[in-house]
Design a protein around this ligand. Structure first.
Ligand code: NAD
Length: 391
């Protein structure tokens, strides 16, 4: 893989253009402190209205500034609204309210909707844009590590049902993705760490060289300069683009990106149900460690590879979140069975064959495993996490 130039070469204001490499690709424009260039990029696309939706939590940090720049360039074509913070916006109620509001405010097929915030805000707005009049154009301005290196590199737009995550959704490609790494300077460390978990995942599933690179760059306290952060973001983006290049459909080989997510989504959902604060990447980090143990139990990988997960996630990245006390083996299996209803098949997992490769015995990266084995691996994992917490 190509690694980005050293951080000392950071040039604020300079915009680099990449592509999402998907079946319906989107240009991804990335740089540090590049807001001044946004009007020119937007101006390439004719629109009657620009509807801007900004996550409440970043309105003061960066939202007001983005809105002011757009108003200066496009005057009364610009409308602004604020979304509830983070995951709270991914509801059917919010989706309906947003769509009705767009219609009432005069949105047409010539309008553009812009989402600014983390993966949650971009998911909600992307879904609304994909549904309105069977699809209008939208722009994503992700402001978190997860948003910039993971969720914006997928055309998957979704909200949650009352029973699970991302149950209502579609594929809808953004007109453009605008990644300003300056926004990450205000992102809380815990959220940033959670986003970096998916970068580690990219190394485990596809690219051992990238995992080595991360081992050299990650530091638990996350004390990065703007240049270091920019370099890290660019390289994690490139690590995911390499995977998407191999499967622009996101449905075949791309399924390896779900490593750790079958367990992770179940853990995240159960934690939320019991009022425990757990961020997506933290749940996925538990999920990856469990998937590694399951791969070990099936004789696919060594103890050393299992230990490498712990080393990268806990020692290198500094994720020390306690496994939620409310998550039990039975509860997690029930949550996974319920979440899996959408496939109509038994629960299946992405498993590791070695560092950098997922198991694919019969042309399918999703592997069904005897639930008794899964149960036993979960019992062992949860017991070891509980004793670690007591130590
Ligand atoms: N479509 C996909 O393929 C995909 C991939 C990964 C994650 N996701 C989704 O993304 C969501 C998680 O997104 P997330 O982790 O980006 O968090 P988020 O969108 O839930 O936001 C979390 C919090 O961070 C705050 N915030 C955002 N940017 C900030 C900044 N720069 N400075 C300070 N605070 C800031 C927000 O106000 C919010 O309170 C989940 O819903 C997940 O399902 C989707």
């Amino acid at each position: 893989m190509r690694l980005h130039a050293h951080c000392s070469e950071l040039r604020p204001g300079v915009v680099t253009t990449l592509s999402t490499e998907l079946k319906v690709p989107s240009p991804l424009l990335i740089g540090h402190d590049i807001l001044a260039s946004l009007p020119a990029a937007l101006g390439l696309h004719a629109f009657d209205h620009l509807f801007i939706y900004i996550d409440q939590g970043i309105m003061q940090h960066h939202g007001a500034e983005l809105h002011a720049v757009c108003v200066a360039a496009f005057g009364d074509k610009v409308r602004l609204d604020v979304l509830p913070q983070g995951e709270a916006c991914k509801t059917f109620w919010m989706l309906e309210a947003l769509l009705e509001q767009l219609i009432a405010a005069g949105a047409s097929k010539r309008s553009v909707v812009l989402a600014m915030g983390g993966g949650a805000a971009c998911n909600l707005v992307g879904l609304a844009a994909g549904m309105l009049y069977r699809g209008i154009r939208h722009i994503e301005v992700p402001t978190t590590m997860t948003g910039q290196t993971d969720s914006c590199l997928s055309n998957k737009q979704a909200i949650n049902s009352r029973q699970g995550k991302n149950h209502f959704g579609i594929y809808h490609a953004p007109l453009m993705i605008w990644v300003d790494t300056k926004y990450l300077l205000s992102e809380p460390a815990r959220l940033k760490r959670s986003g970096l978990v998916e970068g580690i995942k990219n190394g485990f599933i596809f690219n051992p060289t990238f995992l080595d690179y991360l081992a050299g760059k990650l530091k638990p306290e996350l004390t990065y300069s703007a240049g270091e952060l920019h370099e890290l973001v660019l390289n994690i983006i490139r690590s995911k683009l390499e995977i998407l290049k191999a499967d622009p459909s996101e449905r075949e080989f791309g399924i390896v990106l779900e490593y750790g997510h079958t367990f992770g989504h179940g853990i995240e959902w159960l934690a939320k149900k019991h009022g425990v604060s757990l961020i997506h990447g933290e749940a996925v980090s538990f999920g990856m460690c469990i998937a590694a143990r399951l791969s070990r139990r099936l004789g696919l990988i060594s103890d050393d590879t299992v230990a490498l997960h712990h080393h990268m996630i806990t020692e290198k990245l500094g994720v020390t979140t306690e496994f939620p006390a409310s998550v039990t083996t039975d509860g997690l299996i029930d949550a996974m069975v319920s979440d899996n209803k959408k496939t109509g098949k038994q629960i299946r997992f992405v498993l590791l064959e070695k560092v950098g490769a997922c198991f694919n015995p019969e042309g399918d990266y999703l592997i069904g495993v005897d639930l008794n084995i899964v149960r036993s691996v979960l019992d062992d994992y949860i017991a070891s996490e509980r004793s670690r917490a007591c130590a």
